[in-house]
Every structure is written in structure tokens, then in C-alpha cells.
Design a protein around this ligand. Structure first.
Ligand SMILES: [Zn+2]
Length: 325
């Protein structure tokens, strides 16, 4: 009886949820939105799935009803425990952007993400022009007991990381870009990996300004920009960055040569900076500076990531990644 109730309830949730998920708003840290006790919707269910996937401990705290879409005392306790275990800034039982990011980037949940694929995620890249939630909903609502394989076949591409997949899917829904596994594989061939959206990093930021100031002191005749021209970028920033360039008329392949797909950029970590100029010519016209940066980056804790032409990316003497000293 309880099973049937759960099944019906899950189906109801899947069908009743409208296409606008507040998850995306929560992910945008600047909006300060939270998912909290008292709420009943699919976003809550998504959170509960993530908690269950994060480990037995949280699954047990959720109790027998598991992912029922109701944010009650048990979900509250599970969230609080998760926040405590992860050492998050706020231990308040509410799911804001920090907690959501932690749930989505959780190592354990990654393996089980098929259990909890969000209903707002487009299923395939080719369906970019039509709302995709309907088909996702029907597939989610039918799998209450053995979900481990059911979602795998519905999406034609994946990075292996749910949060990155969601960001990349936005290129399709917002910019009509046809995402393929090849595009994703290109990033791996370049040597990129999934980077966690860590927010700005003040240590790295201070270090890059030391470097740019030292460069200015070394080359007093050059008028250099001390402030990095680019630093931390969120997944959503990268969606706009990549999508905007394609929207301006460039091909996806061409854009990918200088811009990583969302989820793959070192800029997500808050430890990567572009300094002075992002034009190859600009650097080639200032060979002494170019070689000074390459030689001295390490002294300030940085690596020049793209030293030479790679599978995708050209040499970028301006892109430095903080590795510490
Ligand atoms: Zn860069």
C-alpha cells in the first residue's frame, strides 16, 4: 500500500511540476534563494535523491518515505547532517547555493546520479527546440524501485558529472547549440577535466596581482593592466561566455578552440586568471614580457596552462593557473 502511494505521489510530483525549477535560481548564488522546510515539490525530491545518493547515513535520516518531495523534519535533519559532515559555512538545514553545489559535486552521488536526474534537465541534445521535461517526467515517474540504469539511455552525451551536464544542457536550451559527445570528448582530449565551481579564491587573486605588479615594475615602459582581465567564472558565466560567442555567428568548433565548455574551465575554480591581454598578437609584439611571465609565473605560484598548441586550444601565454608555492 505504501509502495503504491509512493508511486502515485511520485507520478503526481513529476507531472505537476512546472518547467520552471527554482533549482537554477538557487544555483545562482547572487539570488540567495533557498529550498527549505515546508516546501513540497520536485525540487525537494531532487534534493532528497541527492542526499540518498550521498550515503546511507543521509538515506537513513530521510526515513521510510525517502524521496517523497516533502521537506519535513527528516529532510531537515538529513540536510543539516550533510552540511555538518561537509564542513559547510551554514549548518541550517536549508538548501542554498553552497549546500546544493556540495550535494551536486559529491563524489558518491556522482555514481548514483542516474537515480536522481533532475526533471528539468533536457534529455537529449537534439530536443533543444521543444520542452524536454515531458519526456523526462514520464521516464522518471515510472522508475521507483530499480532506477540505476533507466536514465542512462535517454541522454546521448554526458561528461560523467551531473552539474556539468546541466550547465552544458543550457547551451542547448538557451542558445540552440547541438551538444554532442564529440564536443565533450574534445575537452578530455585537450587534457581538461571537470572543474568544481568553487567561487572566487582570494589567495590566488592576491598572488596574481603580485605577479602583474612585478611585471609592471620589470617593464616600466609598458602600460600594463594590473587587474586580471578575467578571473573566476561560474558555470552559468561560462554558458553565457560560450553561448554568446556562438550566437554572434561563430561556429561551435571555432569557439571551443578558445573557450572551454561549461564545467571544464579552470576559471570555475577561482584560481585561473587571464592577464594583460587575450590576443596572441599582443603577446607576440611584447616578446620580453611574454618570456618574463613564462619564466617567473612559478615564483608566484602559477603555471602557464596552455604553453603550446593542444588538441583544441592555442597557446595562451595570458592564462595562468594558481598551483600554490
Ligand atoms: Zn583563461
Amino acid at each position: 500500500m505504501e509502495r503504491l502511494y509512493l508511486k502515485l505521489w511520485k507520478q503526481y510530483l513529476a507531472e505537476a511540476a512546472d518547467d520552471k525549477s527554482i533549482l537554477d535560481i538557487v544555483r545562482d548564488c547572487s539570488k540567495n534563494r533557498i529550498i527549505r522546510r515546508g516546501m513540497v515539490n520536485n525540487d525537494v525530491k531532487y534534493i532528497q535523491d541527492k542526499l540518498s545518493a550521498a550515503g546511507e547515513k543521509y538515506k537513513n535520516l530521510l526515513g521510510t518515505y525517502g524521496s517523497d518531495g516533502i521537506f519535513g523534519a527528516k529532510t531537515f535533519a538529513a540536510v543539516k547532517q550533510f552540511q555538518t559532515d561537509k564542513g559547510l559555512k551554514k549548518i541550517d538545514g536549508k538548501v542554498g547555493c553552497e549546500t546544493l553545489a556540495a550535494l551536486e559535486s559529491n563524489e558518491v552521488s556522482k555514481n548514483l546520479s542516474a537515480v536522481s536526474a533532475p526533471t528539468t534537465k533536457p534529455v537529449t541534445s537534439t530536443k533543444s527546440s521543444t520542452p524536454s521535461s515531458a519526456s523526462t517526467k514520464s521516464s522518471t515517474s515510472n522508475k521507483s524501485t530499480k532506477p540505476s540504469t533507466s536514465n542512462k539511455s535517454t541522454k546521448s552525451w554526458t561528461t560523467g558529472n551531473a552539474a556539468a551536464d546541466r550547465a552544458i544542457a543550457k547551451l542547448s536550451t538557451k542558445y540552440g547549440i547541438n551538444i554532442t559527445q564529440t564536443l565533450i570528448d574534445n575537452e578530455f582530449k585537450q587534457g581538461e577535466k571537470i572543474r568544481t565551481d568553487n567561487g572566487p579564491n582570494s589567495t590566488a587573486k592576491a598572488a596574481i596581482k603580485k605577479l602583474t605588479k612585478a611585471a609592471q615594475a620589470e617593464f616600466p615602459n609598458l602600460k600594463l593592466t594590473i587587474e586580471p582581465v578575467s578571473g573566476y567564472r561560474s558555470y552559468d558565466d561560462q554558458v553565457k561566455n560560450f553561448g554568446g560567442k556562438v550566437a554572434s555567428g561563430r561556429s561551435v568548433e571555432n569557439v571551443q578552440r578558445s573557450v572551454a565548455l561549461p564545467g571544464f574551465s579552470e576559471h570555475h575554480t577561482g584560481k585561473a586568471f587571464d592577464i594583460f591581454s587575450v590576443e596572441t598578437d599582443w603577446w607576440d609584439n611584447r616578446p620580453a614580457l611574454k618570456s618574463w611571465v613564462a619564466t617567473n609565473a612559478g615564483e608566484y605560484g602559477f603555471d602557464v596552462t596552455y604553453k603550446k598548441q593542444g588538441y583544441l586550444r592555442i597557446a595562451e601565454p595570458w592564462h595562468l593557473f594558481y598551483v600554490g608555492k
